[in-house]
Design a protein around this ligand. Structure first.
Ligand code: F6R
Length: 629
């Protein structure tokens, strides 16, 4: 959960590395550092994150100030931005680390699992200056170089024989400042090829400002990279789809708000990616299905696997697959808890849902499914990521880069893609053409509806509620039912992630079984009111909550607004003494209600975090993609 960058070429490599560190910062932002060579000596600069909330000065900003006030230049540099996995957040633990013979420096993304064994082996033999796993590896490489006259790449190969875990390393040698050696196992790394310049990074966002020609480094590879490219390479290049505009905040104060506001466009993008809607046949065209139609038509058991927000998308995906596609057996597993022992290879498909395509827990389940010969499909946002490459087939979300740590637009694109998959699987089974057409027509109308939803009135109401009701509270309950229960959990996750206010998402019927005891006048309840016949069940839970004095906020569709107002007014004069208000969203068909309902919840979280002066895009203790177990 760190980011690494390296550059060799005619530009000032230090400047490129600092830009790269800033672009990679969502992957970890507690510390950053860089190393370059000047007059045959290593120059190392490291910074820690300072300040809180809007006063936070990120490590990349501090490095930028240092560069702008000095005259450091170099044609080669490596850099790192850190989410601490081994050791505290100190300058000693920040990367780069230098080997004991002071010839090799390294930056690392990943975790070394036999860290304790290596530490014991090296203790007392070399000076250990940090608590990190990474430092041990650079000493192992230095030991190989000291022992025999071999190249750096060979020393890296020999050292890595002793190393277990996941890694992407960039090594530099101060005696050869025109070369970077990269080594990969289970962590993303790509090389951007420019005109007599290369930029190597753990994420394309740090590359595309310089070049869109990208080569993915595979597990087990140790590469020697110079400005002219990768030595002895037969790698296949691809052109990154990442738009450099995606990397900018485009006038918004935070990426999270930009990404919330982008969602109508994101639903369109998920629908149109390669022209997915075939209205005539009432059947989505999904490239990933092309070669596997036969196998997918016979699927009897679907297992959806994901973590966090993507797991909530999976829970809604289960409703789609059962009700739209007519697949009776659908299981949803949290990746870190997944158990495939009862999944037969015959007739099953495992769908891994992941924004990054690099999440450690989800990758582990895909790996196990492959070893059990279970057919795998990826619903992934980042093109050419590990899960995208490792699965038998896949459907891309096409949402572009999501920068804010809290996922918003990709959640909505995951729901759109799962809906398309359900319609497609349904049409390959018993879903009629008219029903397929109706479902696709509903989806096509959604982006315009979401645009209306994000008009000023709802945004202003959400901001008022967030500032006045949510931000001052010490606990918030979210309640929903059916497909809207995962939305309640997602609304709660968004809130706790970026405001740090304790919160839970409940199935509305569960509140009275214990958690009702938590509610009080300082602890609001946000209820998502369904438009189907479960309406009254959720209303019952709203009344239970209101009797505790909990301020009530209901998310309700336009056509139910008057009835809801009447109910709330009636009860407020008689039974409740609590505050009640509504967030009104446009009418949408039931299957699409999860998408429409999540938007106001994202806004509540965003504006509450703003009112509390939190670090919205880079919340404490988190990072964008969780590549450790
Ligand atoms: C929450 C959030 C996380 C991710 C989870 C899975 O806002 O972003 O819960 O959804 O870590 O990440 P991916 O989708 O990259 O596998």
């Amino acid at each position: 959960m760190c980011g690494i960058i390296g550059y060799i070429g005619s530009r000032n490599a230090i400047d490129v590395a600092i830009h790269g560190i800033a672009d990679l910062e969502p992957r970890g932002y507690e510390a950053a550092g860089l190393a370059y060579v000047q007059e045959g000596k290593f120059q190392i600069e490291k910074r820690l994150r300072e300040g809180l909330g809007s006063q936070t000065v990120h490590p990349s900003e501090q490095l930028r100030l240092w560069l702008d006030h000095g005259d450091a230049t170099s044609n080669m540099c490596i850099g790192h931005t850190r989410w601490p996995s081994h050791g505290d957040n100190t300058l000693n633990n920040a990367h780069p680390h230098v080997g004991f013979i002071d010839r090799i420096a390294v930056v690392h993304n990943g975790t070394i699992s036999n860290f304790h064994v290596l530490r014991e082996e090296l203790s007392g033999k070399v000076p250990l200056r940090s608590q990190t796993d990474t430092e041990l590896v650079v000493h192992l490489v230095a030991r190989e170089l000291e022992a025999s006259q071999i190249s750096l790449a060979e020393a890296v190969r020999r050292a890595l024989v002793h190393v277990e875990g996941s890694y992407a390393f960039l090594f530099i040698d101060r005696t050869q400042p025109d070369m970077i050696v990269a080594a990969v196992m289970g962590s993303p790394l790509m090389v951007g090829l420019g005109d007599d310049e290369v930029v190597i990074a753990s994420d394309a966002s740090a590359i595309v400002r310089i070049t869109k020609r990208i080569v993915d480094v595979d597990d087990g590879e140790v590469l020697v990279i110079r400005a002219s490219g990768i030595e002895d390479s037969s790698h296949v290049e691809r052109i990154s789809e990442l738009d450099p505009h995606d990397i900018d905040c485009e006038g918004y104060d935070h990426y999270m708000l930009k990404e919330i506001m982008e969602q109508p466009r994101i639903v369109r993008a998920a629908m149109n990616y390669g022209g997915r809607i075939n209205m005539k046949r009432g059947m989505p065209r999904l490239g990933g299905f092309r070669d596997f139609s036969g196998a997918l038509a016979r699927v009897e058991h679907v297992v959806l696997v994901a973590c966090g927000t993507a797991y909530y998308a999976a829970l809604i995906g289960k409703h789609y697959l059962q009700k739209i596609a007519g697949i009776a057996r659908v299981d949803v597993m949290i990746a870190s808890e997944a158990d495939l022992s009862n999944v037969r290879a015959e007739g099953s498909v495992l769908i891994a849902i992941s924004q990054s395509g690099e999440t450690f827990d989800t990758k582990g389940v895909v790996d196990e499914a492959r070893s059990r010969d279970i057919f795998t499909m990826g619903v992934v946002n980042v093109a050419a990521s590990w899960i995208a490459r490792a699965t038998n087939c896949g459907v891309y979300c096409g949402a572009g880069r999501e920068t804010a740590v809290a996922s918003t637009k990709v959640f909505v694109s995951q729901l759109t893609v799962l809906y398309l998959i359900a319609v497609r699987l349904g049409r390959m089974r018993r879903l009629s053409r008219p029903d397929g057409k109706r479902l696709l027509k509903n989806l096509k109308a959604l982006p315009d509806i979401l645009e209306d939803l994000l008009e000023d009135e709802l945004v202003e109401t959400a901001q008022w509620i967030a500032q006045n009701i949510i931000a001052p509270s010490d606990f918030v309950a979210f309640i929903g039912k059916g497909m809207l229960y995962p939305i309640a959990m997602e609304g709660s996750l968004k809130l706790k992630e970026i405001t740090y206010i304790p919160s839970e998402g409940y199935a509305s019927g569960e509140l009275k079984h214990g958690s009702l005891a938590l509610l009080s006048t300082t602890r609001p309840t946000v209820a998502i009111i369904p438009s189907d016949d479960t309406f009254s069940d959720v209303l019952t839970a709203v009344m239970e909550a209101a009797r505790t004095g909990s301020p009530i906020i209901v998310v309700v569709q336009e056509s139910q607004k008057d009835m809801m107002r009447q109910i709330l007014d009636e009860y407020s004069t008689s039974t409740f003494d609590s505050f009640q208000t509504m967030l009104v969203i446009p009418d949408v068909p039931d299957y699409l209600m999860p998408i429409a309902a999540v938007l106001p919840l994202q806004l509540l979280a965003y504006f509450a975090a703003l009112a509390l002066d939190r670090e919205i895009d880079k919340p404490r203790q988190l990072a964008k993609s969780v590549t450790v177990g």
